[in-house]
Design a protein around this ligand. Structure first.
Ligand SMILES: [Zn+2]
Length: 235
C-alpha cells in the first residue's frame, strides 16, 4: 500500500457501486484509482475524495488499476466549492490536467503551484481573478512554454515603453511595432498587460495576490492566454 498526497481532480462511476478517481499527486503526478463500493450509502471514503479536496490517499496496487483503501482530508477548500465562479475556474484547470498530463509523470513544482492556487483562491475575495490568470501563465512556464515578455520575439530588441506592442501566439511572445508587418494573427496588448505577465512569471502566487489590477486588463490577458493555450495544448 502506498500513501499519496493528492488533489482530487474528478471522478466517474463504474460498475454497479464503484467510482474511479483521477487525482494529481505529489509523488507520481496524475494517478487513477478505483474506490470499491464508493456509491453504496454506507461508503465512508467519498467525503475525503470530493473534487477540489487535498487528501492523503492510500492505494493498494497489484495489477491494473490501483484500489483506494483509505483517504483523509488535509484541506477541503470549502470556500471554493461554495463559490460558483471560483469553482468554474478550478474545474477548468482540473480538466486541463486530465487532458494534458500522462499518468505517473511526477512534477513537484506543478503540484506545489496547484496546491498554492487552491489555497489562495479559497482565502481570497475579489482578488482571486488575478490569481487564476497568474496560475495559467505560471503553469505554461512550468510545462516548457514560457512566453517571451522581455524582448521582441522577431528582432530580439528590448521592448521600448509607450510604443505599440502585440502578442504572437505562434511565436510565443511579444512582437514590437517595427516587426508587425512580418506577422499575421497578432493580438494587441498594453504596457500594463506586459507588466502583469512579467509579475506573473517572476513572483509566487501569494505575492501576486496583493497586486491591484482592474478587471478589464485581466479579461484582455485572459483572451491572449486562451489563444496561447489552444495553440500549445490539448483542450
Ligand atoms: Zn521586433
Amino acid at each position: 500500500m502506498q500513501k499519496f498526497t493528492s488533489i482530487i481532480l474528478t471522478s466517474r462511476d463504474t460498475n454497479e457501486f464503484d467510482r474511479i478517481y483521477i487525482m494529481y499527486t505529489l509523488e507520481q503526478g496524475l494517478v487513477k484509482a478505483v474506490a470499491k463500493g464508493a456509491r453504496k450509502p454506507t461508503a465512508k471514503l467519498t467525503g475525503h475524495l470530493e473534487p477540489g479536496t487535498l487528501s492523503e490517499v492510500y492505494i493498494a496496487r497489484s495489477r491494473g488499476l490501483g484500489q483506494i483503501t483509505g483517504a483523509i482530508t488535509l484541506h477541503d477548500f470549502s470556500n471554493i466549492k461554495k463559490d460558483f465562479e471560483k469553482l468554474g475556474s478550478v474545474l477548468e484547470i482540473f480538466r486541463f490536467f486530465g487532458k494534458n498530463f500522462a499518468e505517473g509523470e511526477k512534477d513537484e513544482k506543478i503540484f506545489s503551484l496547484l496546491k498554492s492556487f487552491l489555497s489562495q483562491s479559497s482565502t481570497l475575495g475579489l482578488g482571486y481573478g488575478i490569481i487564476t490568470e497568474a496560475f495559467w501563465w505560471k503553469l505554461f512556464d512550468l510545462l516548457g512554454h514560457r512566453p517571451e515578455v522581455m524582448k521582441c520575439v522577431s528582432c530580439r530588441k528590448k521592448l521600448a515603453e509607450k510604443t505599440k506592442k502585440f502578442f504572437s501566439v505562434e511565436k510565443g511572445g511579444i512582437v514590437c511595432a517595427g516587426c508587425v508587418s512580418n506577422f499575421s494573427n497578432l493580438l494587441s496588448l498594453t504596457d500594463n498587460q506586459i507588466k502583469l505577465l512579467r509579475i506573473f512569471l517572476g513572483n509566487p502566487l501569494r505575492k501576486i495576490a496583493k497586486v491591484k489590477v482592474n478587471n478589464e486588463e485581466l479579461e484582455k490577458l485572459a483572451k491572449i492566454r486562451k489563444a496561447f493555450r489552444k495553440y500549445n495544448f490539448q483542450s
